[in-house]
Ligand binder design. Structure first.
Ligand code: MBD
Ligand code: FE
Length: 280
């Protein structure tokens, strides 16, 4: 991070908003009106019930209005939704699975990160700060079959807690890479340990956190998407034991199955973590 280009909520929010708009927006046209009506009505009823229960005042209502406007102005709808809502959607979407537990995607995934083969380093800067991390693993199916040619897309924050393409002055694909498993479904990834992540404090989400007296932290985490033909896409995050925010992640996205067990090795650490995918 440099003094002249500090990350700002509005800049990272604008990038996240742009990415979602351009590559994901499908609209509600495919959803039947009965379903839209049911869901919209029940969400509104929950709001009405909260207003009645707590006798919400005009002052509070107007504060909410102006805050909602600022969420959009700061480009923080992706951040807001992924931090406070996505974890429940993810739970519901994956509750049938027999294979790996997953967790939320969050706002900072970018598709088509550079391909690195089955064994290699994620793109880094020269002298990328942070403890070296060597990760070995295997991708298999719940049927027991090894999944050769599976994709392991990895993205994570740097040792300052910043993501490339969302914070300034970081090379485009820094700490973002796609690995493809060998015939036995195995991979070996060289990267660095990410830092805990603090969501921007200078935007609308930060304002809510400060006004409510919450904290803004996520524990350090590695994001992955693991995919193979004929199998459900797995979106997950992996966490490091002992992080003080594993138990109170602002995004409620930690699960015990997603904790790593790093072993010291040379100047760095090694981890082993395997994935089991459900047939689609
Ligand atoms: C992140 O890095 C993240 O993973 C989530 C879920 C929300 C905000 C920032
Ligand atoms: Fe993240």
């Amino acid at each position: 991070m440099t003094a002249t280009h500090s990350p700002t909520a509005a800049a990272s929010g604008a990038n996240a908003t742009e990415r979602f708009k351009s590559d994901k927006f499908a609209g509600v046209e495919g959803t039947p009106p009965e379903r839209v009506s049911l869901l919209a009505r029940e969400v509104l009823e929950a709001v009405h019930a909260t207003i009645r229960k707590h006798k919400v005042t005009y002052e509070e209502y107007n504060a909410l209005k102006s805050w909602l406007i600022s969420v959009g102005e700061d480009g923080e709808w992706p951040l807001f939704l992924d931090v406070w809502v996505e974890h429940v959607v993810e739970d519901v979407a994956t509750e049938h699975r027999q294979g790996n537990k997953g967790t939320i995607e969050g706002p900072y995934y970018v598709p088509d990160a550079p391909e690195q083969g089955a064994r290699g380093s994620i793109p880094t800067r020269d002298n990328e700060p942070g403890t070296a991390l060597t990760w070995t693993g295997q991708v298999t199916s719940t049927t027991g079959a090894a999944l050769g040619g599976a994709k392991v897309e990895l993205w994570h924050a740097d040792a300052d807690g910043l993501y490339s393409q969302f914070a300034p002055d970081i090379p485009e694909w820094n700490l973002r890479g796609t690995f493809t498993t060998d015939d036995e479904g195995r991979f070996e990834i060289h990267t660095v340990r990410p830092a805990p992540y603090q969501i921007p404090t200078d935007g609308a989400c930060g304002k809510l956190i400060a006004a409510a007296g919450w904290h803004a932290w996520r524990p350090a985490h590695l994001h992955v998407k693991v995919s193979a033909p004929g199998h459900e896409l797995l979106t997950a995050q992996l966490y490091f034991p002992g992080d003080e925010h594993n138990d109170d992640d602002i995004a409620s996205a930690v699960k015990p199955e997603l904790l790593l067990a790093p072993q010291p090795s040379g100047d760095g650490e090694t981890i082993e973590y395997n994935f089991v995918l459900d047939p689609a």
